[in-house]
Design a protein around this ligand. Structure first.
Ligand code: BTN
Length: 239
């Protein structure tokens, strides 16, 4: 795929960390770093992302957004829809999205997305889009056993999945029609209608999810019964 310059490494600390360093020095849009294994894989809110050898895809893509539509908020939902489309095309289990950045199959998290924005040494903006997918079942540590799952039943080459995700992502990223992918995001978002705990920093609230709006924001009914639109936060589903 010519628009991407894909570099594969046996082991890195974190593909996001390494690509961010290169972005600071002016690396071009379209550089993609894949590690077969990460020793310091990172998730949102300073969490770690379990990244063992042979079972997952750990990939970061360098973007230099020009328009508002390409801005960093939309990049995460775009990536979520592109991962879903790629997984479906390759015969994975049915994927569902937990707003804003997680993908689930069979009730377990199989993919996390971490988009990190920055400004390089020349004052140019960039976004490093990190995608981690558990392709097949790994030997998950005890604390992840009930939460983490895998997208595929059978072994699949990580590069096949990477190519499919990159292709689907580019179609969405370069399209002027944002309606279509947001509609798909909405349809795949399994928390609509559910009672959740919404965590924002130290504040956590029990709310009900009403919808995802046309800007991919979460529409909730708060504790007072009022409708609110929320742009950021961590969702924990209440059973
Ligand atoms: C999350 O679950 O909160 C997001 C996880 C993102 C993991 C990917 S793996 C490739 C890239 N490198 C990292 O260190 N993190 C992202």
């Amino acid at each position: 795929m010519s628009r991407f310059n894909v570099l594969v490494y046996d082991e890195l600390t974190s593909t996001n960390t390494v690509l961010k360093q290169r972005a600071m020095c002016g690396e071009a849009e379209g550089t993609v770093i894949i590690a077969k294994k990460q020793t310091e894989g990172r998730g949102r809110l300073g969490r770690s992302f379990f990244s063992p050898d042979k079972t997952g895809l750990y990939m970061s893509v360098l973007l230099r957004p020009e328009t508002d539509f390409e801005n960093s908020f939309f990049i995460t939902p775009m990536a979520a829809v592109s991962v879903c489309r790629a997984l479906l095309k390759l015969g994975a289990k049915e994927p569902f999205i937990k707003w804003v950045n997680d993908i689930f199959c069979d009730g377990k998290k199989v993919c996390g997305i971490l988009a990190e924005a920055g400004t390089d040494n020349n004052g140019e903006n960039f976004v490093v889009l990190g995608i981690g997918i558990n392709l097949i079942r790994a030997d998950f540590p005890e604390e992840l056993k009930n939460i983490a799952g895998a997208a595929f039943e059978k072994k699949i080459f990580f590069k096949t999945v990477a190519d499919a995700v990159l292709l689907k992502f580019w179609e969405i990223y370069k399209s002027d029609d944002r309606k279509e992918f947001i509609e798909e995001y909405r349809k795949r978002c399994f928390i609509i209608g559910q009672n959740i705990t919404l965590i924002n920093g130290k504040m956590s609230r029990n709310v009900q999810v009403i919808d995802i709006d046309s800007e991919c924001r979460l529409v909730i009914r708060n504790e007072k019964g009022e409708i609110e639109t929320v742009l950021a936060g961590e969702v924990s589903v209440r059973l």
